[in-house]
Structure formats: structure tokens, C-alpha cells
Design a binder for this molecule. Structure first.
Ligand code: E4P
Length: 216
């Protein structure tokens, strides 16, 4: 499963890239607002650090407006992935951009039927938001199960990008289902390293090593 960082914070992206774990980045208008940075500038800088797909979201709601914004964004770098909402205009834009060889991430997916539409429109990625599903009393991971089944039934190549990831359990379940990608805030990705027995083990080994009086 590929790991994308769900952030527009360049320092966090650089730290994660240094671990060798980072396969791409997703941003959205809220994350850009949180960074306080200029959108195009921050996307350009992220693309300079990460060679994998970097999602940049359009804000127009109509097809012509989305195409205009996509033109600007895809010129920033070859790995820019245009993010469009799961609406009729969004999918029309998706079809046109992917036909041109541009990667497209169809976002704000909340049902398996919507994911089916995104795949039929040729999306490179579909982003089902599991955390927001959970917030509303559903099990977001059931949605991932359904999408995996449907995509496998028809051998759709659209990659399932599990989004709105809020916990290590989301990551684990996404991997067990066979999602292609998950995108999570950097703190969640770094949290995957943590295990109390790993820390305890290091502590014990170091204490015993000290007794040997040796150095390497
Ligand atoms: C990813 O592409 C989404 O923008 C993101 O995962 C949304 O996460 P949130 O529900 O935590 O805002």
C-alpha cells in the first residue's frame, strides 16, 4: 500500500520524505489555508521534494472553470495530480484530463456507487473519506470493502486512495482490505512506528550493552 501525506506543511513533508516512506502528497483547500502559504508556490515546493503524485484541488464548480484551473495547476510540475470533486462537472473534467494523460484524484467520495462513477470516468485515484464516514455513525472501512469488491469485479484500474484517515486502525484495515493508497496526516504516519515493546526492548538492550563496557 502506498503512503501519501495529507498535508501542505513542507517541513513535515521533508521529514517524512527522509524516512523513505513517502509515495505522494494530498492537499485540499483547508490544508492550504492552514499552511498560510500561497497555493501554487507550496504545490511547486512539494513537487520539488516528492517525485510521486501531489494532489492539488480545483475550487471551481463548473467544468470550464475546473479545466481553466487544472491548466494552471498541471503546468506547475509533471507529478501534479488534479483533484476534482465527485460531481457531474468534476467527472466530466476527470474524463477530459485523464484522456490527456493527466493524473486525476476524484475526491469527496462517500458511497460505493460514487466510486463506480469515478472509475467509469477513468479516475487515476478515488478518495473515499473514511473518518468523516465514521463521524456520521457509519463504518468508513465498509465503504473501502465495497469499493475493492466492485473494482476487482470489473478490473477497474482506478486506485483506491483511503482518505480522512484518523487512526492507525484505519491504516491497518485499509492494508488488510487491499486499498492501493492511504493518505494520512504526518502524525498518524509517524505513529505507526510506535510500540511500547519496541521502546522497552531498546531500553533493555541498551542497559545490558552498557554492562559489557564495549563500544562499536
Ligand atoms: C484527502 O485527500 C482529504 O482531503 C483528507 O483526507 C480529508 O481529511 P479530513 O476529513 O480529516 O479533513
Amino acid at each position: 500500500m502506498k503512503f501519501f501525506a495529507d498535508t501542505a506543511d513542507l517541513d513535515d513533508i521533508k521529514d517524512l520524505a527522509a524516512t523513505g516512506l513517502l509515495d505522494g502528497v494530498t492537499t485540499n483547500p483547508s490544508l492550504v489555508a492552514k499552511s498560510g502559504r500561497d497555493f501554487k508556490e507550496v504545490v511547486r515546493e512539494i513537487c520539488g521534494v516528492v517525485s510521486g503524485p501531489v494532489s492539488a484541488e480545483v475550487v471551481a464548480l463548473d467544468h470550464d472553470g475546473m479545466m481553466r484551473e487544472a491548466e494552471v495547476l498541471r503546468k506547475i510540475a509533471d507529478n501534479v495530480t488534479i483533484k476534482v470533486p465527485l460531481t457531474p462537472d468534476g467527472l466530466k473534467t476527470c474524463k477530459k484530463l485523464t484522456a490527456d494523460g493527466t493524473m486525476v484524484n476524484v475526491t469527496l467520495c462517500f458511497s460505493a456507487n460514487q466510486a463506480l462513477l469515478a472509475a467509469k470516468a477513468g479516475a487515476t485515484f478515488v478518495s473515499p473519506f473514511v473518518g468523516r464516514h465514521d463521524d456520521n455513525g457509519f463504518d468508513g472501512m465498509d465503504l473501502i470493502d465495497d469499493i475493492r469488491l466492485i473494482y476487482d469485479n470489473y478490473a477497474f484500474e482506478t486506485q483506491i486512495l483511503v482518505a480522512s484517515v484518523r487512526s492507525p486502525i484505519h491504516v491497518l484495515r485499509a492494508a488488510k482490505i487491499g486499498a492501493d493508497v492511504m493518505t494520512a496526516p504526518p502524525a498518524i504516519i509517524m505513529g505507526l512506528f510506535k510500540h511500547v515493546l519496541t521502546d522497552k526492548g531498546i531500553e533493555g538492550f541498551l542497559a545490558d550493552w552498557k554492562k559489557t563496557g564495549q563500544s562499536i
